[in-house]
Design a protein around this ligand. Structure first.
Ligand code: KDG
Ligand code: MG
Length: 403
């Protein structure tokens, strides 16, 4: 089954997406998501200029060989641009294989290991009252697990707060990065107040998650985890930047609050120590940024050996294509934990038609052959690329901090 065409479509239906389309000689088409928020064109060029020409004439059935060809064959391994590009190819080839077999991708991965995939939604607010209203809204929608973020009093812009007008939280904006501010003491004082508020209002039946977004040092993270223990968070996410995997030992010494890390990981080597030393509880690597279904399954298999569960990234900057791919993986692996779900709104839904469903806090990828996502290229052409950047983050003295 020879590949006859591989093309990259960059579009901006409300936010930027990079979509790879692979066509085969027998007329089966597969799609992959190559979106890297704020660096979209780098991946588009890597694919267009370097990988797509090499795909022509290759056998679309040979997913593993193609993965190894682009990973080992590049010499310059890993990194978000390379691994997002490889991921897009990998996912498109799984889509083709599923369509050729007449089966949804999860059947090719071993079949369903559960009836549905528990997802968490995002609740946030400029005040604790606003957070409560949004939290209640998510409960009404049926969510069993909800992430809670609230603006930190005294800090001008806090990570993760949706605008009050009902729009989704979207950190990328403007052709120049927005400048956020950060003050650790105010945050460490406020986080337990916020979590106590949520538990007082909504009790302990719902899972509550919280994202720290790489803002703390290891000892600060240990203190945060300890201070939140009475409120039993499902996890705290990305407490410190994870380049220094050994630093998580210090966090572990100070708290039993579960830790989730890894939405920025792009290979198994980014989490080898975290997993094998049991320094985390959930690994947040995603299909689109960690080398596709083929590589993500290796990460989750390693994690399974050490009692670490999956908790994949699923923000709105992961297109419906990679979100569907995530659901196929989630449904089939033994050590699934939870899946983030922010959803996509119009006009993105005019371009991507999906077969996944949400009911009572659980999702299912559907039973269509392949991923179950249709991509409308003509509709995509109506939404040209719109450069946008993620913010940068400065401390009160003006020095750069982790975002
Ligand atoms: O592109 C960056 C976003 O996806 C990220 O900031 C969202 O932290 C995030 C999350 O947990 O969804
Ligand atoms: Mg996060």
């Amino acid at each position: 089954m020879k590949i006859t065409d591989a093309r990259v479509v960059v579009s901006s239906p409300g936010r930027n997406y990079v979509t790879l389309v692979i066509e085969t000689e027998d007329g089966i088409t597969g799609i992959g998501d190559a979106t890297l928020n704020g660096r979209e064109l780098a991946v588009a060029s890597y694919l267009r200029d370097h990988l797509c020409p090499l795909l022509i004439g290759r056998d679309a059935r040979r997913i593993e060989d193609t993965w190894q060809y682009f990973y080992k064959g590049a010499y310059w391994r890993r990194g978000p641009v390379t691994m997002t590009a490889i991921a897009a190819i990998d996912v498109a080839l799984w889509d083709i294989k599923g369509k050729a077999a007449g089966m949804p991708v999860y059947e090719l991965l071993g079949g369903a290991a559960r009836e549905g995939v528990m997802v968490y939604g995002h609740a946030s607010g400029a005040t604790l009252e606003d957070l409560s209203a949004d939290f209640q809204h998510h409960l009404d929608l049926g969510y069993k697990a909800i992430r809670a973020q609230a603006a930190i009093p005294g800090i001008e812009k806090t990570y993760g707060i949706a605008p009050a007008d009902g729009k989704l939280y979207e950190p990328a904006s403007g052709a120049v990065p927005q400048e956020d501010t950060w003050e650790t003491t105010a945050y460490l004082d406020f986080a337990p107040i916020m979590m106590a508020h949520v538990r007082k209002e909504f009790g302990y039946k719902v899972h509550v998650l919280h994202d720290v977004h790489h803002r703390l040092t290891p000892i600060e993270a240990g203190r945060l985890g300890a201070s939140l223990e009475p409120y039993r968070p499902f996890w705290i996410e990305d407490p410190t930047p994870a380049e220094d995997q050994g630093a998580f030992r210090l966090i572990r010494q100070h708290t039993t609050t579960p830790i989730a890390v890894g939405e920025v990981f792009n290979s198994i080597w980014d989490c080898q120590q975290l997993i094998t030393e049991r320094l985390i509880d959930y690994v947040r690597a995603s299909v689109s940024h960690a080398g596709g279904i083929t590589h993500l399954r290796r990460i989750f298999s390693l994690a399974e050996l050490y009692g670490v569960r999956s908790g994949s990234h699923g923000a709105g900057d992961l297109s419906p294509v990679s979100f569907a791919a995530a659901l196929h993986v989630d449904l089939s692996i033994p050590n699934f934990g939870i899946q983030e779900y922010m959803g996509h709104r119009d006009p993105a839904n005019e371009i991507f038609t999906t077969s996944y469903t949400f009911r009572d806090g659980y999702m299912h990828p559907g039973s269509k052959p392949g991923l179950g996502v249709e991509f409308n290229e003509e509709a995509a052409a109506r939404f040209p690329f719109d450069p946008k950047y993620l913010p940068v983050n400065r401390r009160l003295d003006g020095s750069m901090h982790d975002w």
